[in-house]
Design a protein around this ligand. Structure first.
Ligand SMILES: NC(=O)c1ccc[n+]([C@@H]2O[C@H](COP(=O)([O-])OP(=O)(O)OC[C@H]3O[C@@H](n4cnc5c(N)ncnc54)[C@H](O)[C@@H]3O)[C@@H](O)[C@H]2O)c1
Ligand SMILES: [Fe+2]
Length: 394
């Protein structure tokens, strides 16, 4: 038996934030990150819409980028004191992911993080509260996804938490909240969304329900990302929808080793998640195409790229991705990003072993060994094209 799960309701379009006025309940905890949502005035709007219809509200702010389990435990304790029946998370992937973990701990205070991180199953939720997610970045898809990514800052490791219990009840995809995003964050998060669409389309878990969403999100992201970065509002709205559509695709079709490589190197070298994905994506496509290139060729054809053979089409796709990275001022190699060579060599074995264990690895279209994972990191470090076959020396 298979399952396809997305939020019960998705509200989208400029002004869709106002749907908060229609929520039924008494107490809402609002979870946010840093200052941007305060400065843009949207925190006040969220609070006012909730209060207008009688909600009492609590604010949990200051969730750090790449949140930790400690932050979530502290938030859950505050919720325990206030007893909300709605959790309203607003911001980038970081505060929304933290709020999802707060929700789990609020409803199940006896649980430790070790019992919650993937592949552990999640306990039933919604005995105390329902959950609304309002994204202010256009990348992660966490507003529609059953994932939360939690970082251990001591080891630099990211741990996904997975279970359809944490798929939000409501996603509010209001592009107005993204207009304040600076260009670099638009670029990083947009490339995260594009990577989600591509990885979901080629994943071994792709299916008839996730495919149309994945392919549609890729088209929308490729058509709009550059215009979105320079501030075109219509393109920003399209990117905001594309990230949610890609989120629905990967929530049900899953991801691949671009994300495994990113999860295990991002926190160590301080690489923003979307930038890391953008950097690794062409290398991984060159690696994965040796297992089955047909679905990458499908993507190239859908984008009207040139090529008479599967190989030519896939080369056009990786050329397009590299061109996009350059035009968005994103580095093409870890070295260009500024990763120090001796530090890279010191971390390589640990990163490769960790990437093999990452929950995104089993759905990658090509099986991968630790040695191959290392070679991928080395290729991405030096900026060398991936040409190796299994067990061939680098
Ligand atoms: N749960 C999932 O399904 C999933 C998927 C992919 C990534 N992630 C995780 O999400 C996190 C990254 O999330 P993110 O890329 O959205 O970034 P983020 O939430 O870490 O935010 C990055 C920065 O952008 C700022 N910001 C956010 N919205 C803004 C706006 N509208 N205007 C101005 N500034 C704004 C924030 O204050 C912050 O400084 C990582 O921890 C990553 O691992 C989760
Ligand atoms: Fe991602």
């Amino acid at each position: 038996m298979n399952r396809f799960t997305i939020p019960r309701d998705v509200y989208y379009g400029e002004g869709s934030l106002e749907v908060l006025k229609t929520l039924e309940g008494k107490k809402a905890t609002i979870v946010i990150g840093g200052q941007s949502i305060k400065k843009s005035g949207y925190l006040d709007k969220i609070d006012a819409y909730l209060r207008e219809y009688g909600f009492e509200t609590q604010l949990i702010d200051g969730v750090e980028n790449d949140p930790s389990a400690k932050t979530a435990l502290e938030g859950a304790k505050k919720m325990e004191e206030f007893q909300p029946d709605w959790i309203i998370s607003a911001g980038g992937g970081s505060p929304i992911d933290a709020a999802k973990l707060m929700w789990i701990f609020y409803e199940n205070p006896e649980l430790a993080f070790d019992r919650v991180k993937a592949p552990n199953p999640l306990p039933a939720l919604r005995k105390k509260a329902r959950f609304a997610a309002i994204s202010t970045t256009s990348g992660t898809g966490t507003d529609v996804s059953p994932f939360s990514v939690i970082t251990d800052h001591e080891t630099g490791t990211k741990y996904p938490v997975f279970g359809y219990e944490i798929t939000p009840d409501i996603a509010i995809i209001d592009p107005e909240l993204t207009y304040s995003m600076p260009a670099d964050i638009v670029a990083y998060t947009g490339m995260d969304a594009l990577t989600h669409g591509i990885e979901a389309y080629v994943s071994t878990m792709h299916n008839a329900f996730s495919d149309p969403l994945a392919i549609q999100s890729v088209k929308m992201a490729v058509d709009n990302i550059e215009k979105s970065v320079v501030g075109d509002k219509a393109a920003r709205a399209e990117m905001h929808y594309a990230q949610a559509i890609a989120g629905m695709a990967f929530s049900n079709g899953f991801l691949g080793i671009v994300h495994s490589l990113s999860h295990k190197s991002g926190a160590i070298f301080n690489i923003p998640h979307g930038l890391a994905n953008a950097l690794y994506l062409p290398y991984v496509i060159d690696f994965n195409k040796k297992a089955d290139g047909s679905r990458f060729a499908d993507i190239a054809k859908m984008l009207d790229l040139s090529g008479n053979t599967e190989d030519e089409l896939i080369d056009s796709l990786t050329d397009l991705l590299r061109r996009l990275n350059k035009s968005l001022n994103l580095p093409l190699s870890l070295q260009e990003f500024g990763v120090n060579e001796s530090e890279f060599e010191k971390q390589l074995d640990r990163m490769a072993a960790g990437a093999i264990e990452d929950p995104c690895t089993p759905s990658n279209p090509r099986e991968v060994s630790v040695e191959e994972m290392k070679k991928l990191y080395i290729a991405a470090f030096k900026g060398e094209k991936v040409t190796f076959c299994s067990f061939q020396s680098f």
